[in-house]
Design a protein. Structure first.
Length: 332
């Protein structure tokens, strides 16, 4: 029996109390005879485990024996899983280790660790731009606390048009993208999750558990309309949200021709908004994108003759207008 599987089996027994050989086989992808041999091997190895045969029987640790293999304090555990977020469970290379770590924690910390491991997500790629976010540590702490305690929030936030909005929402997760935090929450008057930039939230007040706050709302829905927030997939939601935002940011696509040496520079500037179509011996044909024709023209104008816009015609016209303005201004 491998040592790592023995440790994982001890933690599995610790978290379940009593298990059958069939449950062990399912959990560790083993045959039932192998699972039974592993359980028997624990006793041989000195682990206080015993089996009870017959209907309703199973295997369990003697006297409910417990072990905290991590040695982590409560504060250290919270800090670790807050920092790790969904990365621990989403990466196949760390998923097993993260599950072992959660099971190794004292029972009082396991629930919070599970929430942080599935409801805190870090996205280190930038948007098309990287704005500076203000320090919202107090608001962020309030959001994190409500998320862990499953509490609904009454929030006040600044909309894109600079007006203020208020809503009561159930927090579903927090996402950090390039140093900017976002709250993903489901407003109580809407079935669809929404995204709020944390630096635009001016007030966040917990108002009780989300289950209590949503009971009246759910009672008025049919079974098909009721949302199971316990199984909300934060990563899937965020991926779809990023794709939607990026699509809006690159709604104008231009085909350009440039020297090969310019491609790395343009790529660093446009990021995911540049894609190479055809790379020749000296020149490359590529596509670049932006949200507006004017914005794209302003980004390309500084390249002069180095970057030739092949399409669309409206972008060529806008570049000609910019060139004419500059010529009138500086042609004395």
């Amino acid at each position: 029996m491998r040592a790592d599987r023995l440790i994982a089996l001890v933690l599995f027994l610790q978290s379940r109390g009593k298990v059958t050989a069939a449950e062990v086989a399912t959990e560790f992808d083993l045959s039932i005879p192998t699972a039974r041999r592993d359980l028997e091997a624990l006793s041989t190895a000195g682990v206080p485990v015993y089996g009870q045969p017959g209907r309703g029987g199973g295997w369990q640790l003697v006297g409910g024996a417990r072990t905290n293999l991590t040695g982590l304090s409560e504060h250290e555990s919270k800090s670790l899983f807050w920092m790790l977020g969904t990365a621990g469970l989403s990466d196949p290379g760390t998923r097993t280790a993260t599950r072992k770590l959660v099971r190794a924690l004292p029972s009082t910390l396991q629930d919070e660790a599970e929430i942080l491991a599935t409801r805190i997500h870090y996205d280190h790629t930038t948007w098309g731009e990287c704005p500076r976010a203000g320090d919202r540590s107090e608001i962020l702490d309030a959001l994190r606390s409500a998320l862990v305690k499953r509490q609904a929030l009454r929030i006040r936030y600044t909309k894109r048009d600079r007006t203020f909005g208020r809503t009561v929402a159930q927090p579903l997760g927090l996402v950090a993208k390039a140093g900017i935090w976002y709250l993903v929450a489901r407003p109580h008057d809407d079935n669809s999750p929404r995204t709020y930039r944390v630096d635009r939230i001016s007030q966040a007040e917990s108002i009780g558990t989300s289950r209590e706050q949503s009971s009246d709302r759910d009672a008025s829905r049919t079974q098909d309309e009721t949302v199971d927030d316990d199984h909300f997939d934060l990563e899937a939601y965020w991926t779809a949200h990023v794709d939607e935002v990026e699509a809006r940011r690159s709604s104008v696509i231009a085909e350009i021709r440039c020297p090969n040496w310019a491609v790395p520079i343009l790529s660093a500037h446009f990021g995911r908004y540049l894609s190479v179509i055809d790379e020749g011996t000296e020149h490359t044909i590529a596509e670049v994108g932006a949200n507006l024709v004017v914005a794209l023209a302003e980004q390309l104008a500084g390249w002069g003759r180095t970057v030739e816009v092949l399409s669309p015609p409206e972008l060529q016209s806008e570049l000609a207008r910019i060139g004419s303005e500059l010529s009138d201004l500086y042609d004395h």
